[in-house]
Design a protein around this ligand. Structure first.
Ligand code: SAH
Ligand code: SF4
Ligand code: F3S
Length: 475
């Protein structure tokens, strides 16, 4: 049997994890591939596209890089630390390659795109460099590399969405899946490398998205997360005579597939999320009441320098609108501390905005200058590292208090939970998530299965987990 296992590593928090496959490879084995992914959910989704392309050619997969004929790192460039992690990992692979000179090492994703063939000059052991829009050329590039040449393709595309490919669900729990609905980004947030590594924004044909979601539903999946750097600017028109499909339309179409299928989405840009999206969420019980709405800073001046195209007041008005239309909506954000010229006052404005928004979850970073970005070209990275880190710590402390209070507010409630699998700590407990994305753990009882919905009465909580007991099985 061919193993379909993958290691996943997230830039900030996720460590290597392995999961069993939902399918096996067919065809003759061409070689064994090990893929390790870093960065955002889109990059993890891309690894599944890469696996699909390689599986088609007969490749098998392994969870142990020592067993692999090909090692791929799907990389992230968002912050310097993310790139350093990959470099460190490559030095570990250097040792393996010394012992097995036939081993091929490939770098995929955003760091491949950013550094292009420079990667091969800098890291001599790398044989293959492939950017996010060029994965279809992987089989040929592997062949080139096998014949001793270096295989490089970092062409960005205006059309590629991999719409026709069925991703191989490498990290699957069999219940929740990511579905890419668009690629690239047309925004030019001054700190951000993504427009350079992922290219122009393009939306995927809604028919292929619906088809993928339908297949997932039939295979027993019960939750899809629609992915894009800026999902609210999704837009599709078959031809000029046809009506345009907006993100709100797409969301409703996916939600209408089955009331059993939960729908989530990420990421929303505050400037683009519309009332139509909020009304669609309010109308459909199975569109989860949870929005990731990165603010980046609470200071209008800094937001201007970041080119986020909204002000503090505008963002606050958006949050008010969300709470008006979806009163119990979960809200999360991203915050960057210590951006160029940030004063103590600007920082205090970030803290006060956090007080107002009362986020359930926040991803918090200190600013890391990325070469080639508008901020790197036009602004000075002038906040000392110690100040950046101190501000970040203050933001983290405030967030910890707020999120714990928000968890405590759930105690006593009955929440509808989708069971995703066993609790990590104990196989006698289920692990799942509530509609507003909170992790819920409760003792197994009755004949519930993974993929079932259950009503759980919340009895206590920690900072990250709600602990409850079965109230009722709902389906
Ligand atoms: N498309 C999403 C986020 C993409 S990157 C959006 O528009 O919000 C994820 C997060 O990384 C960003 O929201 C930002 O908070 C952070 N980030 C991006 N570039 C960064 C940089 N140069 N330094 C520190 N954090 C950064
Ligand atoms: Fe980067 Fe801004 Fe695009 Fe998000 S919206 S990917 S932060 S440029
Ligand atoms: Fe990183 Fe690229 Fe995603 S830079 S955050 S992997 S789009």
């Amino acid at each position: 049997m061919v193993e379909f296992l993958i290691n996943k590593q997230h830039d900030e928090s996720r460590q290597g994890e392995s999961f069993l496959p939902d399918s096996e490879s067919s065809g003759t084995l061409t070689g064994k591939v090990y893929i390790e992914s870093y960065g955002c959910q889109m990059n993890f989704a891309d690894s599944e596209v890469v696996a699909s392309i390689l599986k088609e050619k007969g490749y098998g997969f392994t969870a142990d890089f020592r067993m692999a004929d090909l090692i791929f790192l799907n990389t992230c460039s968002i912050r310097e630390k993310a790139e350093q992690t990959v470099r460190k990992r490559l030095t570990e692979f250097r040792q393996v390659k010394k012992e097995r000179p036939g081993l091929l090492i490939g770098v995929l994703g955003c760091m491949a795109e950013r550094l292009k063939s420079k990667f091969i000059e800098e890291e001599k052991l790398v044989d293959i460099v492939v950017g996010p829009d060029a994965y279809r050329s992987l089989p040929e590039l592997i062949e080139e590399a096998e014949s001793g040449q270096k295989g490089v393709n970092v062409l960005l595309s205006r059309e590629e969405t991999y719409a026709d490919l069925t991703p191989v669900r490498l990290n699957s729990n069999g219940v929740t899946a990511f579905v890419s609905i668009m690629r690239g980004c047309n925004n030019m947030c001054s700190f951000c490398v993504v427009p350079f590594t992922r290219g122009r924004e393009r939306s995927r044909n809604p028919q292929s998205i619906l088809q993928e979601c339908r297949q997932l539903l039939e295979a027993g999946y019960r939750e899809v997360t629609l992915l894009g750097q800026n999902v609210d600017s999704y837009s599709w028109q078959h031809s000029p005579e046809d009506p345009r499909v907006s993100f709100a339309d797409l969301l409703e179409q996916v939600a209408s597939l089955s009331p059993l299928l939960r729908v989530r989405f990420s990421t929303s840009h505050p400037k683009d999320i519309t009332d139509e999206v909020l009304y669609a969420m309010a109308r459909h019980e199975n569109i989860c009441n949870y929005i990731h709405l990165p603010v980046q800073s609470g200071s209008t001046r800094i937001l201007g320098l970041m080119n986020r195209t909204y002000s503090r007041d505008w963002y606050i008005a958006k949050v008010q609108r969300i709470r008006e239309i979806i009163p119990d909506c979960g809200l999360s954000t991203d915050i960057i501390c210590g951006f160029c010229t940030e004063t103590e006052e600007d920082h205090l404005e970030t803290l006060s905005l956090m007080e107002y928004c009362d986020y359930d979850l926040a991803y918090m970073f200190f600013y890391s200058e990325r070469p080639g970005t508008p901020a790197a070209k036009r602004l000075t990275d002038d906040i000392p590292e110690a100040v950046k880190k101190r501000r970040l710590q203050e933001v983290v402390n405030l967030h910890r208090n707020q999120s714990l209070k928000n968890m405590e507010k759930e105690v006593g409630k009955v929440l509808k939970v989708l069971i995703e699998g066993n609790s990590k700590k104990s196989t006698s407990h289920w692990f799942g998530r509530s509609d507003n994305n909170k992790v819920v753990v409760f003792p197994k009882e009755g004949n519930l299965c993974k993929g079932d919905y259950a009503e759980v009465k919340i009895e206590s909580c920690t900072a990250g987990t709600l602990i409850g007991k079965l109230h009722n099985k709902t389906s």
